[in-house]
Design a protein around this ligand. Structure first.
Ligand SMILES: Nc1ncnc2c1ncn2[C@@H]1O[C@H](COP(=O)(O)OP(=O)(O)OP(=O)(O)O)[C@@H](O)[C@H]1O
Ligand SMILES: [Mg+2]
Length: 222
C-alpha cells in the first residue's frame, strides 16, 4: 500500500538548507494499521505531509497503492489526494466558513457525489456530534473539531487514512470511543491506517509501530 524508498526532505531556512527527513524507507501492506511515534520536532507531521502529497521529497520514491507520487504533476497529485487519501491534520484544517456537516461532506461534493448531507450526518452521529452539525469550527471545542476532521477524512472511503494525533484533543473516554470507530471503519472499508500518536491506547491497537528520531527512522517493531 505504502512504499517509501530513501525519502529525504529539506527546507530552506535563513538561506541554509535544513534537512527534516533523511533516507526514510518502509513498507506498509494494504489494510494494516501502523503507528508513528517520535519526540516533538522529529519530523512526524512533515512525513505525513509527504505521504499526503502536500509536500514533495527532494530525493527518493513514495509509492501509494501503485502510484508513484513523485511522478505526478500538481493537478494529478491534488486529485490523487482528494480521491484516495483521507487526512486528519494535527491542526484539523477545517474550513472556517462551513458548518460541521458541510466540512464533513466536502470530499463527496468535490468528487461530484452530491450534497452529502445524509452521509455527513450519519458520520457526525457516530462521532457524537449530530447536535453540532450546524456549528462552524469557531463554535466547536477542540475535541469536537477533531471529531469533525475524522469524519471528513473517512466520508469518501479513501484507501488510506493519514491521521496526526487524532485523539490529541480528546478525553480518555471519548478517545476510546473514537479509536474503536477508527478501527471499525478501517476494517469495514478495508482502509490502511497511518497514525501519528503519543496515545498508548491508540498505539497499542496498531499492528506495528515506526519511530522517528531527528528525521531518521529509529526502529521498527513488529
Ligand atoms: N518550513 C519550515 N522551516 C523550517 N523548519 C521547519 C519547517 N517545517 C518544519 N520545520 C522543523 O522541522 C522539524 C519537524 O517538524 P514536524 O512538524 O514534522 O515535527 P513533529 O514530529 O510533527 O512534532 P510535534 O510532535 O511537535 O507535532 C521541527 O524541528 C520544525 O521546527
Ligand atoms: Mg506534528
Amino acid at each position: 500500500m505504502i512504499h517509501l524508498d530513501k525519502v529525504s526532505y529539506s527546507v530552506a531556512h535563513l538561506g541554509q538548507p535544513l534537512t527534516l527527513l533523511q533516507e526514510i524507507s518502509f513498507h506498509i501492506p494494504p489494510g494494516e494499521a501502523v503507528s508513528l511515534l517520535g519526540p516533538s520536532g522529529s519530523g512526524k507531521s512533515t512525513l505525513l505531509a509527504l505521504l499526503a502529497g502536500v509536500e514533495r521529497p527532494d530525493r527518493g520514491s513514495i509509492r501509494i497503492d501503485g502510484v508513484e507520487l513523485t511522478a505526478l504533476g500538481d493537478d494529478d497529485l491534488a486529485r490523487f489526494r482528494r480521491q484516495r487519501v483521507g487526512v486528519v491534520f494535527q491542526d484539523f484544517h477545517l474550513l472556517p466558513t462551513l458548518s460541521a456537516w458541510e466540512n464533513v461532506a466536502l470530499p463527496l461534493q468535490l468528487a461530484g457525489k452530491g450534497e452529502g448531507y445524509n452521509e455527513a450526518m450519519q458520520l457526525l452521529e457516530q462521532v457524537g456530534l449530530r447536535q453540532r452539525s450546524q456549528h462552524r469550527p469557531a463554535e466547536l471545542s477542540g475535541g469536537e473539531q477533531q471529531r469533525v476532521a475524522i469524519a471528513r477524512a473517512f466520508i469518501h472511503r479513501p484507501q488510506l487514512i493519514l491521521a496526526d494525533e487524532p485523539t490529541g484533543n480528546l478525553d480518555q473516554h471519548t478517545s476510546k470511543q473514537i479509536i474503536d470507530l477508527l478501527f471499525s471503519w478501517a476494517a469495514e472499508w478495508g482502509i490502511t491506517l497511518f497514525l501519528v500518536t503519543h496515545d498508548p491506547q491508540l498505539a497499542s491497537r496498531a499492528v506495528r509501530s515506526l519511530a522517528l528520531m531527528d528525521g531518521r527512522l529509529a526502529s521498527t517493531s513488529v
